[in-house]
Design a protein around this ligand. Structure first.
Ligand SMILES: Cc1ncc(COP(=O)(O)O)c(C=O)c1O
Length: 384
């Protein structure tokens, strides 16, 4: 089967809309010319709404991890104390970056599949009043948990002087976020998730308080120095050659978001989450996360009666359907479905229906297909 016929339903990279693909194939332009300047001028105000901020959203040519690292190395200095909330593989990445940067890392681990409780902030604030920053993951892609970032921000700011730094890589563009209203100090994402682009861009927004801290940091890095990006973006430029084709694609992504309406985009993601969860509930197959903790962009399924890897293999071989497996200790225990970005309720129905065929085969015909699909259809029909 040709890759062109594959159905990519992993939690990133995600499929690219044809109009975005087309926008990215425009002729190259000079990175210091007026075309690039005008492109950045057009992108700037439109990106802010996706982040829920009045701040300029910086655009770095790098993968999502660069956004995490940039957030760390710009806001805190070696030896300073930070709290990292680890709810899965990507919280762990934040902790590793902090360790690598020789920070004094206080790590709060949460069982994979559960969201962090905001109550822990009080506990750490009392024990460690000198914490400079709290690092959290919005959607923990390894488990499908959406952490309560709004409540976390409230807890962090009411009980500490710390900045709240959020990895929004698999959330932004799919889950509603109000960076300014909620009080997030640094929010970052990558291009290859709900932003409907190929990998290669990283977006990052910074609050006035965090800028104050960053400006006073005399040991900022070179390529990831956020002040350079901020100052250049104020002149509709970038400090280094930007990923121009991706930026051309981004303009079309923002057109699509405007056409659909941002609140409808978020609502579609919630609908896709509910359809997916209802299907597995009906099939009697366990979900890793509770309804309350579940992300609108990725769902983790934890089957008791069949091997998730065997299911993934059948789906890939027979239909070219790509689902993700579990990471680290969850490998072989769960599978993950990405329903974000260029993904519709129709795609969810297709995915569920194919999974039902796979489950039917794995159960030697004892599990009847169609019940899950029907449950998902019912959610769709009843969705307000
Ligand atoms: C929540 C989260 N953070 C960070 C990353 C890392 O992004 P990248 O692989 O683009 O460096 C990912 C990628 O899957 C992610 O899902």
């Amino acid at each position: 089967m040709s890759v062109e016929d594959h159905l990519l339903r992993i939690p990133g990279p995600t499929p690219i809309p044809p109009s975005v693909q087309q926008a990215m194939s425009q002729p190259m332009i000079g990175h210091r010319g007026t075309e690039t300047k005008q492109l950045l001028q057009r992108l700037k105000p439109r990106l802010k709404q996706v982040f829920g901020t009045s701040q300029d959203v910086l655009m770095l040519t790098a993968s999502g991890t660069a956004g995490l690292e940039a957030a760390v190395v710009n806001t805190v200095r070696p030896g300073e104390k930070v709290l990292v909330l680890v709810t899965g593989a990507f919280g762990e990445r934040f902790a590793k970056i902090c360790d690598n940067h020789n920070l004094n890392v206080i790590r709060h681990d949460v069982e994979w599949g559960k969201a962090v409780s905001t109550d822990v902030i009080r506990e750490y604030a009392e024990k460690h009043p000198d914490i400079k920053a709290v690092f959290a993951t919005f959607c923990e892609t390894s488990t499908g948990v959406l952490n309560p970032v709004q409540d976390l921000a409230e807890a962090v700011h009411s009980q500490t002087e710390a900045l709240l730094i959020v990895d929004g890589v698999s959330a932004i563009g799919g889950a509603e976020v109000k960076m300014d209203d909620w009080g997030i100090d640094v929010l970052t994402t990558g291009s290859q998730k709900a932003m409907m682009l190929p990998p290669g861009l990283c977006f990052l927004a910074v609050s006035p308080n965090a800028w104050d801290v960053i400006e006073h940091n005399s040991s900022r890095p070179f390529y990831l120095d956020l002040v350079k990006y901020r100052d250049k973006l104020a002149e509709d430029s970038t400090p280094f050659t930007p990923g121009l084709s991706l930026l051309m694609g981004l303009e079309q992504v923002l057109n699509r978001i405007d056409d659909e309406g941002l609140s409808q985009v978020f609502d579609r993601h919630l609908l896709m989450k509910e359809m997916t969860r209802a299907a597995f509930r009906e099939m009697n197959i366990s979900l890793l996360t509770s309804d309350k903790d579940a992300s609108p962009t990725v769902t983790s399924v934890q089957p008791a009666n069949f091997d998730p890897e065997a299911l993934r293999k059948i789906l890939k071989t027979e239909f070219g359907l790509d689902l993700a497996g579990g990471q680290q200790h969850m490998k072989g225990d769960i599978f993950r479905i990405g329903h974000m970005g260029y993904c519709s309720p129709a795609d969810v129905l297709q995915t569920i229906s194919l999974i039902e065929i796979g489950v039917h085969k794995l159960s030697s015909g004892t599990t009847e297909p169609a019940y899950g699909t029907k449950a998902a259809q019912k959610i769709y029909l009843e969705w307000k």
